[in-house]
Design a binder for this molecule. Structure first.
Ligand code: AMP
Length: 460
């Protein structure tokens, strides 16, 4: 599919004082949702001013430029993209002047009908500066503002054309809107923070301000956020929901609460269910830090096996997952994680991680544990086998990337060199999240997609 993949983080704040610093702080808290670029836009007197750049928040938004941003209403973005689609041009927020207004948008998710819509509008003579679906969203809102007048009507009309995953924060001049797509793929919640209101991808950012989580946006809901509250424009009629299970399994921070369900608790539940589904006698349970930590705690509790930290992770090494070549990924994994020999030598070990995509991480780490003297290594995985691509914003793009489409479970066990391998079942995962299966998107594990995608099975 054209266009960059991204599962980013977004934030918007309306307050009774300048918001740039608070936006910056919130972006730092949701930095895990994207490390490729970051940006902030605020409305100042009669226009929207933006500071954005490549890299982590503190690199992308230099302090002196941050201080130059004045305004009591604004939005921010951290971007997670694959290797091919980095670059300033695709960093967000995106801002245009159109039909007498300045409009800024920050987007989390992927629009599945982006290629079709882009082609349609290019035929009508519209130009696109980026290969980002967020630009399309911006242009649709601008276009509908001309015909629809009011901002809520314009956003609603744009939503009528868009398919796929989008959590949005939008500035239209000095007004702040938040939108969650009708499926509710990506999280978005509203909180009360000192002097105003915040809308943000993850509730932990509200906690960082010692604020109060008010509620999640409903799927399909538009909210206008002001410094004194927010006004809701819920979606009319019913619509199927498809919240991304991977937010709870891997992507979100454990201290966030999504749609009323705490991420840490879900991961612990997953570990407990894994222990029931795939118990094995062992001397210790350990996580792959940091992604498998809460899952491993749950496993250890349920199995009654001691929990230990058996790997030290170098937190200064960046993401290994997106490196372009297998050799680079392998080298990076072994530089990133070192076993604690005294903990693992002579032990039967259960090691827990959230997911296997290519199998790179585990293949290396299992062999490192053996070199460090582990006598048995049993691998337990907190998501069912990943067998189908994500079109909704998680960087898992093509079937040939997934080891589980090429090998049986025993084949994967052999590849990673484990004594046993157990994945949580789909039913077990649904139970761990505690939401009905038909409210969730499980497409990467069952190949059934909640939106229509060429060549893929439609769920409904
Ligand atoms: P792999 O080594 O290719 O099997 O990837 C699995 C590892 O990468 C696990 O430790 C996951 O925590 C992590 N992971 C899974 N999905 C993603 C993703 N979309 N982006 C970054 N890391 C991921």
């Amino acid at each position: 599919m054209a266009g960059p993949k991204h599962s980013c983080g977004i934030v918007g704040i309306a307050a009774d004082a300048d918001v740039a610093n608070a936006l910056y702080t919130a972006l730092m808290v949701i930095q895990h949702r994207g490390q490729e670029s970051a940006g902030i836009s605020v409305f100042d007197r009669d226009t929207i001013e933006t500071v954005k750049g490549d890299g982590l928040v503190d690199h992308a938004i230099p302090k002196d430029k941050l201080e130059s941003l004045k305004g009591q209403i604004g939005i921010g973005h951290v971007r997670y993209a694959t290797t091919g689609s980095k670059g300033y041009i695709n960093s967000q927020p995106l801002v245009v002047k159109a039909a007498g207004a300045t409009i800024g948008v920050a987007h989390n998710g992927d629009i599945t009908n982006y290629p079709q819509l882009k082609e349609k509008y290019m035929k009508e003579g519209r130009t696109f500066l980026t290969d980002s679906d967020s630009e399309l969203i911006l242009k649709l809102i601008a276009k509908h503002r001309v015909s629809q007048g009011g901002p809520v009507e314009a956003i609603r009309a744009a939503m009528g054309e868009l398919d796929g995953a989008y959590a949005l924060v939008i500035l239209i001049n000095d007004r702040l809107f938040a939108v969650r797509d009708p499926y509710g793929f990506r999280p978005l919640c509203i909180g009360k923070v000192g002097g105003g209101y915040m809308v943000v991808s993850e509730s932990t950012a509200i906690d960082a301000f010692r604020g109060e989580l008010v509620r999640d946006l409903l799927p399909g809901e538009i909210c206008e956020i002001t410094k004194t509250g927010f006004k809701s424009y819920p979606m009319e009629g019913s619509h199927p929901h498809a919240r991304c299970m991977f937010e709870w399994v891997y992507f979100a921070r454990p201290d966030s609460v999504i749609d009323g369900i705490e991420v840490y608790q879900v991961r612990k539940n997953i570990g407990k269910i894994l222990a029931r589904e795939h118990y094995v006698e062992a001397d210790l349970v350990m996580p792959i830090p940091d992604s498998g930590r809460a899952h491993a705690i749950g496993y250890a509790l349920e199995a009654g096996i001691p929990y230990e930290e058996g790997f030290m992770k170098n937190r200064f090494v960046g993401r290994t997952f997106i490196l372009p070549e297998q050799k680079l990924r392998e080298a990076a994994v072994s530089n990133k994680m070192i076993p604690i020999k005294g903990t693992v030598a002579g032990k039967r070990i259960v090691i827990v991680d959230d997911s296997i995509v290519r199998g790179t991480t585990l293949k290396i780490l299992v062999s490192m544990l053996r070199d460090a003297g582990a006598t048995e290594v049993h691998v337990r995985i907190g998501s069912p086998p990943i067998i189908a691509p994500c079109y909704y914003g998680v960087d898992m793009k093509s079937r040939d990337q997934f080891v589980a489409t090429k090998l049986s479970i025993d084949g994967i066990r052999k590849l990673i060199g484990a004594d046993s391998l157990g994945y949580i079942s789909i039913d077990g995962l649904v139970e761990a999240i505690g939401m009905p299966a038909d409210e969730l998107c499980l497409a990467c594990t069952n190949g059934k997609y909640p939106t229509r995608i060429d060549g893929e099975e439609y769920r409904f």
